[in-house]
Design a protein around this ligand. Sequence first.
Ligand code: ATP
Ligand code: MG
Length: 388
Amino acid sequence: MSQIPKGERLEETVVLGGSDLPERLLVQLASLPPEGDVEDALWAIVSTFAEGSELYIGVCIPTATGEQLVIRHAPRPSQPRVTDAARLFPEARYEEVMNIPFDVGSSLHIASDDPLDATVRRSADQVALAVASTLRRSRFADQLKREAQEVQQLRDQAVQSDKLAGLGRMAASIVHELNNPLTSIVAYADYLRRRWEQQGVDIADRERLGRISEAAGRVLNFTRDLVAYSRPSSADPSALSVHDVIERSLVFSEHVIAANNVTIVRQYGELPPIRGLHGPLTQVFVNLITNACQAMDPKGGKLTIETSYDANRKVVSVKMSDEGRGLPAVDDLDRLFDAYFTTRGDGGGNGLGLNIVQTIVASHGGAVQAARNEPRGASFVIELPTGR
Ligand SMILES: Nc1ncnc2c1ncn2[C@@H]1O[C@H](COP(=O)(O)OP(=O)(O)OP(=O)(O)O)[C@@H](O)[C@H]1O
Ligand SMILES: [Mg+2]
C-alpha cells in the first residue's frame, strides 16, 4: 500500500475508496505494534490530517449506488465539523454523527448523498469499531509508557534516597569524629590570637593563627552542611515554641555573633506553639543568624529578630533584619536560595545555607523570603503554619 503524505489541511485530505476498506483497516490495525503511533497506523490506510492538536480521520466507503460515503472522525461529538465535510464533499446532502463505540467523547461524522442504507451502515459501524480499537490501543500504549516511566522514576528516587541515607550516616559519623578536635582547634586558636594581640606578638604570626582558625571553621561549616543535607529526618514533629528554637540557635551562634560584634535585638510577640522538628528548625535560624553576622562590616551592627502571629492565616512569622552590606545584586532574590549560590566563595561559603533553610521551612509547610532593607541591610521572613 503506498504511503499517503500527511496533509496539513482538510483540502489535502486524500480519500480512499474500495469495497473492502473496513477489512483492510482492521488488518492494518491488527498489525500495528503495541507501541505504534495511532496517527501513523491510520495514515497508511485512511487519510488523516492535523488541525491544532486535534486528529481527524477521513475514510471513504463506496455506497451500493457507487456514490462515495465519507466518514470522518471528529474529536468532539458536539463539534461534528459539518462545514468541513461539506467543503470536502459539497454534493453530500445527508450528514450524520455517529458515536465511536467504547470511545467516549469521539464521534464519526458521516456525509453522503443519500440516507444510509443497511449495508453502508454496517460498513460505517465496522470502521467506527476499528477506529475505536486503534484509539484504545494507542491510549493503552501511552498509559503503559507513562507507567513504565513512573516506575523508573520511583526506582531512581529509591536508589537516590538510599544513597543519601548512606551518605547521611557516613557524614554523621565523620562529623562526630571531626567536631570535637575541630572545636578545640578553633577555640584554642582564638584564645591564642586574643592573647597574642594583648602581648603584641608579631602581626604575621597572629594572621597565620587567624587563618588556622578560619580554615578549621570552614571544615566545621562544611560538615554541618553535609549532615543537614543528607540526613533523613527520622524524628517525629512535636509541639514547640519558636522562641525556644531561636534562643537555642542564638546560643549555638554565640561565637559568630561575638566575632562580628553583633547586637541581638529581640522584638518577640505572643506566639502559639507550632508543630515541627527542633533540630532542623534550629539549623534554619543558625544559618540565618550566621549569614547576617557574616554580612556585617567589622564595626558590627544590630540583628533584630521580630516575631508575630497572624491568627487569621494561622501563621507564625519570624523576621530577621540585619544592618549588613545588604543582599547581592541579582534579578531575582529567589536565586539566593539556589544550592551553591554564594558570594562568599573566597570566605569559605558553600552556598548551601539558604538552600537548607528553604528545604527545612518547606518541609514544615512554610515559606521563606528575602528582602532588601532601607537604607541598608537585609531581612529574611520565615512563615510557619501552626495548624498542621
Ligand atoms: N543577611 C545577608 N546579607 C547579605 N547577603 C546575604 C545574607 N544572607 C545571605 N546572603 C547572600 O546569599 C548568599 C547565599 O547564602 P547562603 O547562606 O546560602 O550561602 P553562603 O553563606 O554563601 O555559604 P554557606 O552558608 O554554605 O556557608 C550569600 O553568599 C550572600 O551573598
Ligand atoms: Mg550562609
